[in-house]
Ligand binder design. Structure first.
Ligand code: HEM
Length: 410
């Protein structure tokens, strides 16, 4: 009899399977979620296995409820083999050094513009502000035209696509309608673009002009889904930026360390924020052919979850995993399969997050600005996060006040 875990997972969240892996000293669990059988995996070896494309497929792996809110239908996440490789190249084409530097510049501009506004305000919601900054710089980077009204309308919708991913009932339906509205907005931009027939050298142009291995353009609906696979996760980086701020409050000794030696501490701090704080709990796959692993028989068609959080909190990989300790990265051996907040394997060949370098860059700049660019006081009293919120956020975003600028814009 395979244990039903939905209620436990719902209540205990990220720690639910982590505790069971630890208690059973086993990195393979067999459980039911909403009555469906899953193997649940954690650890470096299991991650390497999960990214073996001969054995695992992504086709029909993710439940529809996540596609209809978070990912969109028929996007890169559900493709396998050559089809996946070709579509992934569309994304990786934008991840060269010049393009990433351009995004950094747009981020800096949007940050400095916002700081001017903050100085005149008593209090701001830091998370909301980061989302707006990221929306602006992402649209500029992609080449999406936007108005002030678009910022007001689209940012909360994109945010809802992310926050509704693990929800049921009314919140799930609100996430679906947010996705529909934002996809329609992108489709209207595509239509306008085609009507003007203006070729440009933007990412938007590149996505619209993309032809699949059969030589066919993608339908506008799928182009919109894939454009949102850039825009939505860039806006999601606001969550990690909120964790940057939270970590500085929770572990204030690092403020001084970062001020004294940003070169040494900056990168380690960011990596620890990504390892330590919960984001996506699991990713899903399906078994492609029968095999055995650790004495378990994996059979074709079976559902599997790779537990990202439990792997990032596995004591065999990360000593004292529940301690926030950026110094661990001074000597850490990072492999493609041990630090996996944004998936594992190879960025080009596997489903590993296409925007991992963007995420790290933007987090680093944000941390640098928090340390060197502004002075602020955190007004929110409670910065705790709920371990059963997917993904969690402290007090809906952290309020900060008394913002003053420390240095002039370069
Ligand atoms: C907020 C920070 C982010 C987190 C926590 C995150 C996390 C993830 C995870 C867990 C996956 C799935 C990996 C897998 O299935 O093996 C993924 C895939 C993906 N991410 Fe991210 N991501 C983030 C930021 C970004 C950014 C900034 C972009 C783009 C600009 C991006 C674009 C993508 C794309 C296109 C995929 C699908 C890749 C594929 O299926 O081949 N992500 N991400």
């Amino acid at each position: 009899m395979v244990e039903e875990s939905s209620i436990g997972f719902w209540f205990k969240g990220y720690d639910y399977f982590l505790d069971q892996f630890n208690a059973t000293k086993n990195n393979v669990l067999k459980r039911r979620l909403l009555f469906k059988k899953y193997y649940i995996l954690r650890g470096e070896e299991a991650t390497a296995l999960f990214y073996d494309q001969e054995r695992f497929s992504r086709h029909k792996a993710t439940p529809k409820r996540f596609k209809k809110t978070l990912f969109g239908l028929n996007g890169v996440q559900g493709l396998d083999g050559e089809q996946h490789k070709a579509r992934k190249q569309l994304f990786m084409h934008c991840m060269n050094v010049d393009s990433l530097n351009q995004l950094n510049t747009y981020f800096d501009e949007a940050w400095f513009e916002a700081v001017e506004d903050w100085k005149a305000k008593n209090t701001i919601n830091y998370f909301d502000e980061m989302e707006r900054i990221l929306f602006k710089c992402a649209c500029k980077w992609i080449g999406l035209p936007f108005t002030k009204k678009d910022i007001v309308n689209q940012v909360p919708r994109i945010s809802r696509m992310i926050s509704s991913a693990g929800k049921i009932g009314i919140q799930h339906w609100r996430g679906r309608s947010a996705r529909k509205a934002t996809e329609n907005w992108v489709k209207s931009l595509i239509k306008n673009y085609r009507n003007k027939k203006k070729n440009s050298d933007t990412i938007f142009d590149h996505f619209i002009g993309y032809k699949n291995p059969k030589g066919k353009h993608l339908p506008d609906q799928i182009v919109a889904v894939e454009i949102l696979n850039l825009l939505r996760p860039i806006v999601a980086v606001a969550r990690y930026m909120t964790f940057n701020l939270k970590a500085l409050e929770d572990y204030p000794s690092y403020k001084e360390k970062l001020r004294e030696n940003y070169e040494e501490y900056g990168e380690n701090f960011i990596q620890e924020v990504r390892r330590f704080y919960p984001f996506f709990p699991v990713i899903s796959g399906r078994i492609r052919k029968n095999f055995e692993f650790k004495g378990h028989k994996f059979t074709k068609g079976q559902r599997v979850l790779l537990d990202l959080y439990a792997t990032n909190h596995y004591a065999k990989l990360w000593k004292a995993p529940e301690r926030f300790y950026p110094e661990r990265f001074m000597n850490a051996q990072i492999s493609p399969f041990n630090l996996i907040p944004q998936g594992g394997g190879d960025h080009y060949k596997n489903h590993r997050c296409a925007g991992e370098w963007i995420t790290i860059n933007l987090m680093k700049r944000n941390l640098y600005f928090l340390i060197y660019d502004i002075n602020y006081t955190v007004k929110s009293k409670n910065l705790r996060i709920k371990k059963n919120q997917f993904p969690p956020l402290p007090a809906n975003g952290i309020k900060i006040s008394k913002i003053t600028k420390l240095r002039l814009m370069e």
